[in-house]
Design a protein around this ligand. Structure first.
Ligand SMILES: Nc1ncnc2c1ncn2[C@@H]1O[C@H](COP(=O)(O)OP(=O)(O)OP(=O)(O)O)[C@@H](O)[C@H]1O
Ligand SMILES: [Mg+2]
Length: 116
């Protein structure tokens, strides 16, 4: 079971996204398999910070709406590094299926050493 690390803060603009992307890359460079998920449904920008915005086909919002399978949301950072990102989308937070997110994180933690 992979280790799950939540980077959260009540305050905006303090470096949550930057730390998540950087920690993910650092752990992957140490040889771990890592998946970094953007769970910010309002100001989601992990894809831009990680420079993978042009590779996004499906995001977490698509998965939650049943438009794709979980594996289709995984975006490889670059070859040779076991680092994947899952991009988020603007989603109406009143209608988010928390159980489906928990289930997705559980599935991912069976594949990856770290889920951030
Ligand atoms: N350790 C750091 N030192 C200096 N600047 C930083 C550091 N970490 C992040 N920043 C800068 O601070 C700004 C906000 O960072 P970031 O987007 O990671 O924060 P956030 O907490 O995810 O914000 P939001 O609440 O909007 O999601 C960015 O311009 C980023 O480049
Ligand atoms: Mg952020």
């Amino acid at each position: 079971m992979g280790r799950r690390i939540l980077i959260a803060s009540g305050k905006g603009g303090v470096g949550k996204t930057t730390i998540s992307a950087g920690l993910g890359e650092s752990l992957a460079k140490l040889g771990a398999s890592v998946c970094v998920i953007d769970l910010d449904f309002s100001f989601n920008n992990l894809d831009i910070v990680a420079s993978i915005e042009n590779k996004v086909v499906y995001d977490l919002g698509d998965y939650l709406q049943g438009k794709c399978r979980l594996k289709q949301t995984l975006i490889e950072f670059k070859r040779g590094l076991n680092l994947y990102f899952i991009s988020s989308a603007k989603v109406d937070t009143d209608n988010i299926d928390i159980a489906k997110i928990e289930e997705a994180i559980l599935k991912l933690s069976q594949i990856f050493d770290y889920i951030i």
